[in-house]
Ligand binder design. Sequence first.
Ligand SMILES: [Zn+2]
Length: 409
Amino acid sequence: MIKARIPLLHDRHTHVSFYAALGQAADLSACTGLKAALALLKKQKTPLALGRGWRDNYYDLPRAELDKLGPAFVCNVSLHSFRLNGPARELLAGKFPEIVAGIDDQRWVERNLNRIFGLFTASGGAGAIPAYMSHLAALGIWAADDMLVSSDEAALLLRKKYAGRVTLWTEPDCYRKLGAAGKAAVSGLKIFTDGALGARTAALARPYKSGGRGLLLHSDDGLKKIIKSAGRLAGRLAIHAIGDAALEQAVSALERLAIPAGELAVRLEHAQLITPEQARRAKKLGVCLCMQPNFSEDSASYGDRLPPRYLRLNNPFRMLIDRAGFIPGEDLVFGSDGMPHGAAAALESSLFPPFPGQRLTLEEFTAGYCVPGLAHGWLDLRLDGRKKKAAVKVTLSGEQAGGRSRGVW
Ligand SMILES: [Zn+2]
C-alpha cells in the first residue's frame, strides 16, 4: 500500500456543458445486460426517453425489444453510435427528418454528431453547469477543458464564473454560430478526423475483426484546408485522431502545411493507436498529445472488435515517454472524456492498466494530469498495486468546501 498526497486534477479533455445538459438522460454505463438497460429506459417519463452510456461490447439493443418501449433514443458509451426506436422515429419524423433518415448510416452520423447531440441536450441549458462543476470538484477534478461549448450562454457562464478553471474549445460549425463575446471566450477549435473504437469508426490501417477499417472523415486535401482555416480562426487547434490511419493523415497534413508554431498550436486528441514512427514525427512538429489513460481499458474490453496487435498497442505511454521523448505536463497531457470522470478511475487506469506499456508512474500522472500546487485542495491517495485499486480522499479548500475542508474516501 502506497500513501501519497497530490494536487487536484485538471481534466484536459471533457465536455462539461454537454454532460451537464445530458443530466436528463438515463445513465446506462453501469449496465452489463439488456434487462437492466431496458429497466432504466422504462423509468424515463419524458416524451422521448433518452439513454446514454450503452456498452455495446456487453449486450445488443435489438430494435424489436426497444420498439416495445415508448419513443426512445440511446447513445453508446463512446458517444459515436446510436439506436433510435420505431416510436421515436414517428415522433421525430416531422421536426427532424434528416436525423431519422441518417441515424442508421454511420458515415452520416460521424459528420452530424452535433446535430444529433442537440436532441440529447435540448431540455438542459447552461443552468445545470454550476452543479456539474461542483460534482466534478467532489470527484477531484478542479480544472477542465470543455471540448465542445455550443452556446453563448454556456461559454459566458463558464468563462465568468470559472475563470482560471476552464479552457473552452468548440467545433468550427458551433464557433461560427457564437456571438462576439462567446467567440472571445473560446480558446481553440476542435476538429474530427475519424470516429471512435466504440462505434468501429476509428480509422485503422488494418481491418477490424468484423472487417472494415473505420472512417476517415476528410480527404487529405480537405483536412489540410480545414486545418488552415481553423488556424486562422483561433490559432489553437485540437485534432481528434484515434486510429493509426487517422493519425497518419493528421501528422502528414501538419508536415505538409508546416505552419509555424507561433501561428498555430496543435493538440492531437486521444492518439490511442499512434505508432512509434508517427510519435517521432509528431514530437518533431511540436505537437502536444492529449490522451485518456481510462481508454487503456479498451485493450481489455474491445477484444470483440480489435485484433490482438491493436489491443497491445493502444495508449502506448511507455513508448511515447521513454522512446519518443514526450514529457508529461509539457507535450503530453491527460483527460478523461468523461468516460468516466474522477480521480480514482484516472489513477487506477494510469497506474494499473491492462498492459505494462500503458503504465504511468505517479510522478508522470501528477505532471500530466494535475493542477500545479495545492491551493484549491488536494487528493490523499491509498494505492494498492496488488488489488489494482486507488482509494482517493478529496479535500477542497476555500469557497468550494463552504469555508471548511471536506473529505470523502
Ligand atoms: Zn471528447
